[in-house]
Write a protein that binds this ligand. Structure first.
Ligand code: NAD
Length: 264
Protein backbone atom coordinates (compact mmCIF):
# COMPACT_ATOMS: atom_id res chain seq x y z
CA UNK A 1 0.00 0.00 0.00
CA UNK A 2 1.16 3.51 -0.76
CA UNK A 3 0.87 5.90 2.15
CA UNK A 4 -1.00 9.10 1.41
CA UNK A 5 1.50 11.78 0.54
CA UNK A 6 0.93 15.46 0.47
CA UNK A 7 1.64 16.96 -2.92
CA UNK A 8 5.01 18.59 -2.51
CA UNK A 9 4.77 22.31 -2.02
CA UNK A 10 6.07 24.25 -5.01
CA UNK A 11 5.78 21.27 -7.34
CA UNK A 12 2.04 20.86 -7.61
CA UNK A 13 2.05 21.99 -11.25
CA UNK A 14 4.79 19.56 -12.37
CA UNK A 15 3.24 16.71 -10.43
CA UNK A 16 -0.20 17.31 -11.92
CA UNK A 17 1.28 17.68 -15.41
CA UNK A 18 3.08 14.36 -15.02
CA UNK A 19 -0.10 12.72 -13.72
CA UNK A 20 -2.10 14.08 -16.68
CA UNK A 21 0.57 12.84 -19.12
CA UNK A 22 0.37 9.36 -17.57
CA UNK A 23 -3.42 9.37 -17.81
CA UNK A 24 -3.24 10.38 -21.48
CA UNK A 25 -0.38 8.09 -22.52
CA UNK A 26 -0.96 5.18 -24.89
CA UNK A 27 2.17 3.26 -23.83
CA UNK A 28 4.20 4.72 -20.96
CA UNK A 29 7.37 3.10 -19.63
CA UNK A 30 9.67 3.83 -16.70
CA UNK A 31 13.47 3.87 -16.82
CA UNK A 32 15.16 3.69 -13.43
CA UNK A 33 18.68 3.99 -12.05
CA UNK A 34 20.45 3.70 -8.73
CA UNK A 35 18.72 6.86 -7.37
CA UNK A 36 15.36 5.08 -7.09
CA UNK A 37 16.89 2.74 -4.48
CA UNK A 38 18.82 5.34 -2.44
CA UNK A 39 15.82 5.78 -0.10
CA UNK A 40 15.98 2.01 0.49
CA UNK A 41 19.46 2.53 1.90
CA UNK A 42 21.44 1.42 -1.18
CA UNK A 43 24.02 4.04 -2.11
CA UNK A 44 24.04 5.19 -5.74
CA UNK A 45 26.95 5.18 -8.13
CA UNK A 46 28.54 8.58 -7.95
CA UNK A 47 27.03 10.68 -5.17
CA UNK A 48 29.22 11.23 -2.12
CA UNK A 49 29.20 8.06 -0.02
CA UNK A 50 28.38 6.18 -3.23
CA UNK A 51 29.43 2.64 -3.97
CA UNK A 52 32.73 3.43 -5.66
CA UNK A 53 34.04 5.33 -2.64
CA UNK A 54 33.80 2.01 -0.77
CA UNK A 55 34.75 -0.60 -3.36
CA UNK A 56 37.48 -1.14 -5.87
CA UNK A 57 35.82 -1.40 -9.32
CA UNK A 58 38.66 -3.77 -10.34
CA UNK A 59 37.08 -6.41 -8.11
CA UNK A 60 34.10 -6.41 -10.46
CA UNK A 61 36.11 -6.58 -13.69
CA UNK A 62 34.96 -9.21 -16.18
CA UNK A 63 38.45 -9.92 -17.58
CA UNK A 64 39.82 -10.43 -14.06
CA UNK A 65 36.91 -12.74 -13.18
CA UNK A 66 37.45 -14.82 -16.32
CA UNK A 67 41.19 -15.02 -15.63
CA UNK A 68 40.77 -16.16 -12.03
CA UNK A 69 37.19 -16.53 -10.71
CA UNK A 70 38.50 -17.91 -7.41
CA UNK A 71 39.82 -14.44 -6.45
CA UNK A 72 36.34 -12.92 -6.70
CA UNK A 73 34.69 -15.73 -4.72
CA UNK A 74 37.42 -15.76 -2.08
CA UNK A 75 37.01 -12.01 -1.53
CA UNK A 76 33.25 -12.41 -1.34
CA UNK A 77 33.57 -15.25 1.19
CA UNK A 78 35.96 -13.21 3.32
CA UNK A 79 33.35 -10.44 3.54
CA UNK A 80 35.18 -7.93 1.33
CA UNK A 81 31.95 -7.28 -0.56
CA UNK A 82 29.87 -7.06 2.61
CA UNK A 83 28.64 -3.53 1.89
CA UNK A 84 27.71 -4.43 -1.69
CA UNK A 85 25.76 -7.42 -0.41
CA UNK A 86 23.69 -5.12 1.87
CA UNK A 87 21.29 -4.96 -1.03
CA UNK A 88 19.97 -8.37 0.03
CA UNK A 89 18.56 -6.73 3.18
CA UNK A 90 17.05 -3.69 1.44
CA UNK A 91 13.29 -3.25 1.11
CA UNK A 92 11.31 -1.40 -1.58
CA UNK A 93 10.63 2.26 -0.78
CA UNK A 94 7.60 4.42 -1.69
CA UNK A 95 9.06 5.12 -5.17
CA UNK A 96 9.24 1.40 -6.05
CA UNK A 97 5.73 0.94 -4.65
CA UNK A 98 4.33 3.88 -6.62
CA UNK A 99 5.85 2.48 -9.83
CA UNK A 100 4.36 -0.96 -9.08
CA UNK A 101 0.95 0.65 -8.46
CA UNK A 102 1.16 2.57 -11.76
CA UNK A 103 2.02 -0.68 -13.52
CA UNK A 104 -0.81 -2.62 -11.87
CA UNK A 105 -3.22 0.15 -12.89
CA UNK A 106 -2.01 -0.08 -16.49
CA UNK A 107 -0.58 3.47 -16.49
CA UNK A 108 2.95 2.12 -16.93
CA UNK A 109 3.51 -0.88 -19.16
CA UNK A 110 7.15 -1.78 -18.60
CA UNK A 111 9.89 -0.98 -16.09
CA UNK A 112 13.38 -0.80 -17.57
CA UNK A 113 16.01 -0.72 -14.85
CA UNK A 114 19.77 -0.42 -14.54
CA UNK A 115 19.50 -1.67 -10.97
CA UNK A 116 20.51 -5.11 -9.84
CA UNK A 117 18.68 -5.08 -6.49
CA UNK A 118 15.37 -6.80 -7.36
CA UNK A 119 13.41 -4.09 -5.51
CA UNK A 120 11.00 -3.36 -8.37
CA UNK A 121 9.92 -7.01 -8.36
CA UNK A 122 9.67 -7.03 -4.55
CA UNK A 123 7.40 -3.99 -4.73
CA UNK A 124 5.09 -5.90 -7.09
CA UNK A 125 6.27 -4.86 -10.56
CA UNK A 126 5.98 -7.71 -13.04
CA UNK A 127 7.33 -6.69 -16.43
CA UNK A 128 10.85 -5.60 -15.45
CA UNK A 129 13.65 -5.42 -18.03
CA UNK A 130 17.00 -5.66 -16.24
CA UNK A 131 19.84 -4.13 -18.24
CA UNK A 132 22.59 -4.92 -15.74
CA UNK A 133 21.35 -8.23 -14.34
CA UNK A 134 20.16 -9.13 -10.85
CA UNK A 135 22.36 -9.76 -7.81
CA UNK A 136 19.95 -12.33 -6.36
CA UNK A 137 21.07 -14.77 -9.04
CA UNK A 138 24.23 -16.44 -10.32
CA UNK A 139 24.69 -17.87 -13.81
CA UNK A 140 26.73 -20.81 -15.09
CA UNK A 141 29.41 -19.61 -17.49
CA UNK A 142 29.14 -22.88 -19.46
CA UNK A 143 25.46 -23.87 -19.81
CA UNK A 144 23.88 -20.51 -18.93
CA UNK A 145 21.68 -21.95 -16.15
CA UNK A 146 20.54 -19.37 -13.60
CA UNK A 147 20.19 -20.19 -9.89
CA UNK A 148 19.79 -18.31 -6.59
CA UNK A 149 23.03 -16.68 -5.44
CA UNK A 150 22.63 -18.17 -1.96
CA UNK A 151 23.27 -21.65 -3.48
CA UNK A 152 26.64 -20.42 -4.78
CA UNK A 153 27.43 -18.69 -1.47
CA UNK A 154 26.68 -21.91 0.43
CA UNK A 155 29.06 -23.85 -1.83
CA UNK A 156 31.78 -21.23 -1.52
CA UNK A 157 31.48 -21.09 2.28
CA UNK A 158 31.75 -24.88 2.36
CA UNK A 159 35.09 -24.58 0.53
CA UNK A 160 34.07 -25.04 -3.12
CA UNK A 161 35.78 -22.00 -4.65
CA UNK A 162 34.79 -21.07 -7.27
CA UNK A 163 31.29 -22.56 -6.85
CA UNK A 164 30.19 -24.80 -9.71
CA UNK A 165 27.04 -25.63 -11.64
CA UNK A 166 25.89 -29.26 -11.81
CA UNK A 167 27.38 -29.29 -15.36
CA UNK A 168 30.78 -28.40 -13.90
CA UNK A 169 30.76 -24.82 -15.22
CA UNK A 170 31.89 -21.89 -13.05
CA UNK A 171 29.17 -19.74 -11.45
CA UNK A 172 29.33 -15.96 -11.76
CA UNK A 173 26.99 -13.40 -10.17
CA UNK A 174 24.30 -12.64 -12.75
CA UNK A 175 25.21 -8.96 -12.84
CA UNK A 176 27.15 -7.16 -15.54
CA UNK A 177 30.77 -6.69 -14.53
CA UNK A 178 32.96 -3.91 -15.97
CA UNK A 179 34.00 -4.85 -19.50
CA UNK A 180 31.13 -7.31 -19.94
CA UNK A 181 28.51 -7.10 -22.71
CA UNK A 182 25.01 -6.13 -21.66
CA UNK A 183 22.45 -8.97 -21.95
CA UNK A 184 21.38 -8.80 -25.58
CA UNK A 185 17.76 -9.78 -25.11
CA UNK A 186 17.19 -7.18 -22.35
CA UNK A 187 18.87 -4.48 -24.43
CA UNK A 188 16.77 -5.34 -27.51
CA UNK A 189 13.58 -5.31 -25.44
CA UNK A 190 14.50 -1.94 -23.89
CA UNK A 191 15.29 -0.48 -27.34
CA UNK A 192 11.94 -1.72 -28.67
CA UNK A 193 10.12 -0.15 -25.70
CA UNK A 194 12.00 3.13 -26.21
CA UNK A 195 10.98 3.20 -29.87
CA UNK A 196 7.34 2.20 -29.29
CA UNK A 197 6.49 4.18 -26.15
CA UNK A 198 4.84 7.58 -26.29
CA UNK A 199 6.00 8.50 -22.77
CA UNK A 200 9.05 7.65 -20.68
CA UNK A 201 9.49 8.50 -17.00
CA UNK A 202 13.14 8.54 -15.92
CA UNK A 203 13.67 8.06 -12.20
CA UNK A 204 16.97 8.29 -10.30
CA UNK A 205 19.50 8.07 -13.09
CA UNK A 206 22.35 10.44 -13.93
CA UNK A 207 21.92 9.34 -17.59
CA UNK A 208 25.66 9.21 -18.12
CA UNK A 209 26.22 5.44 -17.97
CA UNK A 210 26.24 4.04 -21.51
CA UNK A 211 24.92 2.11 -23.35
CA UNK A 212 21.93 2.13 -20.94
CA UNK A 213 21.58 5.92 -21.24
CA UNK A 214 20.85 5.47 -24.97
CA UNK A 215 17.40 4.15 -24.03
CA UNK A 216 15.89 7.45 -22.78
CA UNK A 217 17.82 9.32 -25.49
CA UNK A 218 16.02 7.23 -28.15
CA UNK A 219 12.64 7.77 -26.44
CA UNK A 220 13.29 11.52 -26.23
CA UNK A 221 13.40 11.71 -30.03
CA UNK A 222 9.66 11.04 -30.35
CA UNK A 223 8.05 10.46 -26.92
CA UNK A 224 7.21 12.69 -23.97
CA UNK A 225 9.85 12.56 -21.28
CA UNK A 226 9.48 13.17 -17.52
CA UNK A 227 12.57 13.20 -15.31
CA UNK A 228 12.57 12.74 -11.53
CA UNK A 229 16.15 13.02 -10.29
CA UNK A 230 17.90 14.89 -7.49
CA UNK A 231 20.58 16.30 -9.80
CA UNK A 232 20.34 17.70 -13.33
CA UNK A 233 20.75 15.24 -16.23
CA UNK A 234 21.85 15.71 -19.87
CA UNK A 235 18.22 15.19 -21.03
CA UNK A 236 16.60 17.81 -18.77
CA UNK A 237 16.53 20.33 -21.63
CA UNK A 238 14.34 18.10 -23.82
CA UNK A 239 12.01 16.78 -21.09
CA UNK A 240 8.41 17.96 -20.74
CA UNK A 241 8.58 17.73 -16.94
CA UNK A 242 11.72 17.83 -14.77
CA UNK A 243 11.51 17.43 -10.99
CA UNK A 244 14.74 17.66 -9.01
CA UNK A 245 13.63 15.98 -5.80
CA UNK A 246 13.43 12.65 -4.01
CA UNK A 247 11.71 9.92 -5.97
CA UNK A 248 10.18 8.45 -2.80
CA UNK A 249 8.24 11.67 -2.26
CA UNK A 250 7.51 12.74 -5.84
CA UNK A 251 6.15 9.44 -7.22
CA UNK A 252 3.60 8.81 -4.43
CA UNK A 253 2.44 12.41 -4.98
CA UNK A 254 1.95 11.63 -8.68
CA UNK A 255 -0.07 8.55 -7.70
CA UNK A 256 -2.25 10.69 -5.42
CA UNK A 257 -2.78 13.21 -8.23
CA UNK A 258 -3.81 10.43 -10.64
CA UNK A 259 -6.28 9.05 -8.07
CA UNK A 260 -7.74 12.51 -7.58
CA UNK A 261 -8.01 13.23 -11.32
CA UNK A 262 -9.61 9.82 -11.94
CA UNK A 263 -12.29 10.65 -9.31
CA UNK A 264 -13.10 14.03 -10.93
P1 NAD B 1 24.06 7.14 -10.86
O1 NAD B 1 24.64 6.91 -9.51
O2 NAD B 1 24.97 7.49 -11.98
O3 NAD B 1 22.98 8.28 -10.71
C1 NAD B 1 22.01 8.22 -9.69
C2 NAD B 1 21.22 9.49 -9.78
O4 NAD B 1 20.18 9.36 -8.82
C3 NAD B 1 22.01 10.74 -9.42
O5 NAD B 1 21.97 11.64 -10.52
C4 NAD B 1 21.30 11.31 -8.19
O6 NAD B 1 21.09 12.72 -8.29
C5 NAD B 1 19.96 10.62 -8.23
N1 NAD B 1 19.38 10.37 -6.91
C6 NAD B 1 20.00 10.00 -5.76
N2 NAD B 1 19.09 9.84 -4.77
C7 NAD B 1 17.88 10.10 -5.32
C8 NAD B 1 16.55 10.09 -4.83
N3 NAD B 1 16.27 9.79 -3.56
N4 NAD B 1 15.53 10.40 -5.67
C9 NAD B 1 15.79 10.73 -6.97
N5 NAD B 1 17.04 10.76 -7.49
C10 NAD B 1 18.06 10.44 -6.69
O7 NAD B 1 23.16 5.89 -11.22
P2 NAD B 1 22.74 5.24 -12.63
O8 NAD B 1 22.42 6.31 -13.59
O9 NAD B 1 21.75 4.20 -12.31
O10 NAD B 1 24.04 4.51 -13.11
C11 NAD B 1 24.75 3.80 -12.16
C12 NAD B 1 25.08 2.36 -12.42
O11 NAD B 1 25.34 1.74 -11.16
C13 NAD B 1 24.00 1.56 -13.05
O12 NAD B 1 24.68 0.82 -14.00
C14 NAD B 1 23.50 0.60 -11.95
O13 NAD B 1 23.44 -0.71 -12.47
C15 NAD B 1 24.58 0.57 -10.91
N6 NAD B 1 24.11 0.62 -9.51
C16 NAD B 1 22.99 -0.05 -9.12
C17 NAD B 1 22.55 0.03 -7.81
C18 NAD B 1 21.30 -0.74 -7.42
O14 NAD B 1 21.03 -1.80 -7.95
N7 NAD B 1 20.52 -0.22 -6.47
C19 NAD B 1 23.21 0.82 -6.89
C20 NAD B 1 24.37 1.50 -7.31
C21 NAD B 1 24.81 1.38 -8.64
Amino acid sequence: MISATEVKIGMEKEIRTMARMLLDARHAVVFTGAGVSVESGIPDFRSSGGIWERFDPDEFDYGAFRADPAVYWKNRCEGRHAGALDIFQAKPNPAHKAIAWLQQEGRIITVITQNIDNLHQEAGSTDVVELHGNARWVRCQECGRRMPSRDADLQARAGQIPPLCSCGGILKPDVIFFGEMLPQRAMQRAMAEAMYCDMMVVVGSSLVVYPAANIPAIAAEHARLCIVNLDPTPLDAVAGVVIHDRAGEVLPAVVEAIREMSRD
